[in-house]
Ligand binder design. Sequence first.
Ligand SMILES: [Zn+2]
Ligand SMILES: [Zn+2]
Length: 169
Amino acid sequence: MIPKRIVPYSRVIKEKKDQYQEKTDIELCCCGESRFGVELQGGNKVRLFNKFLMVEIGEERFIFNAVCDKCGKKIPVFDTACDGYDNQIPEKQQTETAGELTGSSEMYKCPKCKEGLFSIKVKYEYSDPEEMKELNLKDESNAFGWIYISLECCSCGKKIGDFLNFETE
Ligand SMILES: [Zn+2]
Ligand SMILES: [Zn+2]
C-alpha cells in the first residue's frame, strides 16, 4: 500500500506484508523518467548526521515536494499537516489548515556537486492493517506510520540515504 495520490507517480520496487506490518518501497516516476527537483518548505533544518545530510523536523510544519524535470509537475510527497497516521484519525483536531504554506521554499542542492536533480525513493510503513480497518480512518492509504525518503544525485551519483526518516504517530 502507498498513498493514493502517489500511485500514478510510482514504480514499486519492493513490497513486504504480514499480519502486523506492511512496507512498500517505491521510486518516483513522472513522464517515464525519474529525475526530480526537491522543493522543501517549512521547518527543515539540514544537518550532518552520520555523514549523511538529513532533514530534521521540529514541531513546525514541513513539506517535501518533488518537481518533475520534464513537465514541471509538482508531486506533494509529504506534508506533516495532512499526511501520515495521526492526520487520518477522524477525531483529531486539525491544528493547521493543510493548504498552501506561506513563506519561503528552497530547492535542495546536492551537497557534493551542487546540482539539483535527484532520483527519489520512498519507503512507507503501515502498522496492523486489521486494526486500521476498525478505526474508520479518513484515508487508510495515507495512514502510514513511518516514512523514509532517500535521494540519489543525477549528476554525481551521491546517495543521501534517510534524507527523511519520520514517524507520523
Ligand atoms: Zn512529468
Ligand atoms: Zn551531486
